[in-house]
Design a protein around this ligand. Sequence first.
Ligand code: GLU
Length: 309
Amino acid sequence: MNSSAFLSGGSFFMLSVSYRGRFAPSPTGPLHLGSMLVAFGSWLLARHAGGQWLVRIEDVDRTREVPGAAANQLTTLEAFGLQSDLPVERQSDRQPLYQRALQQLLTDGMAFECHCSRSDLADQGGIHRYCAGQRQRAQPATRLRVADGNRIGFEDALQEYFEQDLGTEVGDFVLLRADGCWAYQLAVVVDDAEQGVTHVVRGADLMDSTPRQMFLQQQLGLATPHYLHLPLLLDTEGRKLSKSLAATPVDASDPLPALRLLWSLLGQPTASLGKTSSVWRLLDTAAHQFNPQLLQRAPVQLMQAPGCP
Ligand code: GLU
């Protein structure tokens, strides 16, 4: 179904007394149109709800971090007028919070050290159900135990109902990697809760992480935020944008054309933005004109490569 399903998750605004959203890029490179669609979309939804919007740099995975990328992303967001309502947080500064959550799960018997190697895991079809590690590793990973038959589903505010059998589809998942890096799943759950995020708006490619995050929230006794997964952006050939040439960085020195393109990719009528040449005026108009009912759940495709006249 291609029509807007915004109201299928009807409580997205109605039940929330307050709204705090966030944009949480990983510093793996400059922001491209796909990531800016999520930045602008999450900003518009927060503004529409009269809520706050935070930026958090998700830099726990040191192996994927590109030096200078975080600073570059923040400069781009600033040029696009998308500024965090509270000081920007970085996950690398928040490790004691993850440590505390991990300790709680270890104490409760929900987390365990795992010495399995990649080939041990491959023998289980890549899904960890039991430890088959042949030898003790100097630094084991720590995983969260997932019981058999643990099905978790959620009503997204835009996408169709989504459900996973965590035992068979995901298995016991990593919280702290063997290389010492915190796993995204743990860090994001701890941060969203600690920062008081009530509404998580992100790309549809993260739908299948949500049941894991809800399970972690349950184990840690944390509230589950509302979720809205924005449509994926496809290039002119129908490929996921991040895998294509169109993933070229947005031009921070000329934000207006990109903002207008993003506005229409979010299903909003181009004419409603008017003709302003000021980023601030455009954002002000956008915040007032934004209609979440026009968001589409189906992937949106670029009609021409960014930068083409
Ligand atoms: N850091 C993740 C990314 O850049 C986003 C995580 C999230 O929004 O939950 O893909």
